[in-house]
Design a protein around this ligand. Structure first.
Ligand code: ADP
Ligand code: MG
Length: 481
């Protein structure tokens, strides 16, 4: 992997990712886990930390963490325990967050970026989200406790990432694992995948790390890459000017594409970590782990290998793997059509292209439209009752009008003409007018056949069924012999 060196400095990056688990209920209560519902509707006394309430770990979330640990090739902790991280802030009504400080559920993993390069993952642990706060213009702070207690997994890498490109690739690979294993929908723009990036620079080859700056909550992979570029250049400049790089927390401004100082980072905040006394340590067995993996783990590599085996180009493999929603729709259609590249062409190029033309996205497509696309592909590939040109027009109209395929075919006269009594006179007309061409049949059969069939197709606006025309052509040939 190409790594850009700046004035003999190299960049060191470590990433912390928080993902919201796809879970019906919260981490330690049975409240609904959804932050899009009306504010403060999914709250229980446990989420608010009322005295005497007892948190109960969500088994499905523990299972999802085990699947992630497996996918990252980690050591899995068999004594599941939780700890309190104590601090005071208005978004934390309990005064502490329940997390896994002492015994993270997974340790020492890796994600491969390509055959030779991987990112070391230090740990993954389960924890709960805090309330969501919004600041009004007059300074009032509003709190939505729907988010309190929503299950999270934090993923912490070692400081081993060497460039913005590697960081971007790492996040894409991680997102594949999270989405294909139903761990999280991992949408950065919606906050279900949140990224903090730690960046430092050091002279090439130096053993000692430089002072790091932490950039919080960057909202897209693209901006993660830009933030790293900007911040690492800034740090090199500062060092060359003999200024001090301050250990700071910053944010990325996506308008100016620069990092902005928020506060100095104090390393030794004392969170008084302690074992959460209201949750018993739960020992899980090897059999339990094996079962969870067997029932829930999806191997990304085998899916990619399968696509490759079906002659899908690397470009389209990446497109499908980086967009789980697209992949699911691809799979829905391909389970019936069983021709990867045709499905990619019609779904990813024509269908998505038509959506984009009317400013819609794939997520706006309805099940109805998807089913109609499938039907269109059957007509096109299985029955050959429409041709590719008509198919394109139908897909466009499907998105624009939302009418069903049969109606569109009817309305646009795309119905194929298969009636020999209609097609024969048309073909005969051209044979009559081009006798010398027909006489060349023995020397160049393919060209002559193509010529006449082409004439009929043109005459019928592409509605003639080419197979039927070929049949008639062969009949006429026999008569002329
Ligand atoms: P904190 O809890 O204060 O954020 P951690 O020690 O948990 O600190 O480290 C957080 C992240 O910072 C990790 O991903 C780690 O890899 C990264 N990191 C640590 N030191 C450096 C450094 N010198 N340069 C870049 N990243 C670093
Ligand atoms: Mg941090």
């Amino acid at each position: 992997m190409e790594i850009k060196m700046k004035n003999n400095f190299e960049t060191v990056i470590g990433i912390e990712v928080h993902v919201v688990l796809s879970s019906k209920t919260k981490m330690f209560s049975s409240s609904k886990s959804s932050h899009t519902d009306p504010k403060n509707t999914n709250i229980s006394p446990i989420d608010l930390g009322h005295p005497g309430t007892m948190p109960l770990p969500n088994k499905r979330c523990i299972e999802k963490a085990i699947v992630l640990a497996k996918a990252l090739d980690m050591e899995i902790e068999k004594n599941i325990s939780f700890d309190r991280k104590n601090y005071f802030y208005q978004d934390l009504p309990k005064g502490f967050q329940i997390t896994q400080q002492f015994h993270p559920i997974g340790k020492n993993g890796k994600i491969y970026l390509d055959e030779n390069n991987f990112v070391d993952i230090e740990r993954i642990h389960l924890e709960e989200d805090t309330a969501k706060q919004t600041k009004e213009d007059d300074g009032t702070i509003l709190l939505d406790y729907n988010r309190s207690g929503i299950p999270l997994i934090e993923i912490v890498t070692k400081p081993c990432i060497k460039s913005s490109t590697e960081a971007g690739l790492f996040l894409k690979k991680l997102r594949r694992i999270l989405t294909f294993n139903d761990i999280s929908d991992a949408k950065m723009e919606e906050g279900s995948l949140r990224v903090d990036v730690n960046i430092s620079v050091k002279p090439i080859g130096s053993k000692e790390f430089g002072t790091r700056v932490e950039i919080k909550n960057i909202n897209s992979i693209n901006n993660v890459e830009k933030a790293i570029e900007y911040e690492s250049n800034l740090q090199v400049e500062q060092i060359l000017k003999q200024e001090e790089v301050l250990m700071a927390t910053k944010r990325f401004n996506d308008k100016t594409l620069t990092t902005e100082f928020m506060r100095l980072k104090t390393t030794n905040v004392d969170y008084h970590y302690m074992v959460e006394p209201n949750i018993f340590v739960r020992k899980i067995s090897d059999d339990f782990i094996t079962d969870v993996i067997k029932n829930n783990y999806t191997d990304i590599k085998s899916i990619e290998a399968d696509l490759l085996k079906n002659n899908v180009s690397q470009e389209f493999i990446n497109l499908l793997m980086d967009d789980y929603e697209l992949f699911q729709k691809f799979k829905f259609i391909n389970d019936e059509i069983k021709d990867c590249n045709e499905v990619i062409k019609w779904l990813c190029v024509e269908f998505v292209g038509s959506l984009n033309k009317v400013n819609l996205k794939l997520k706006d497509a309805t099940d109805f439209q998807l089913n109609q696309l499938l039907k269109m592909m059957k007509y096109l590939l299985k029955d050959a009752s429409i041709n590719a040109k008509q198919g394109k027009e139908i897909v466009k109209l499907l998105i624009e009008t939302n009418k069903d395929i049969d109606t569109l075919i009817e309305e646009n006269n795309f119905k194929q003409i298969t009636d020999k009594n209609v097609l024969r006179p048309i073909l005969e007309k051209y044979v009559e007018a081009n006798k010398p061409m027909l006489d060349q049949y023995d020397s160049r059969p393919e060209r002559v056949e193509k010529f006449f069939i082409g004439m009929v197709m043109k005459d019928t606006n592409g509605q003639a069924n080419p197979n039927v025309v070929t049949e008639i052509f062969n009949e006429i040939l026999k008569l002329n012999k």
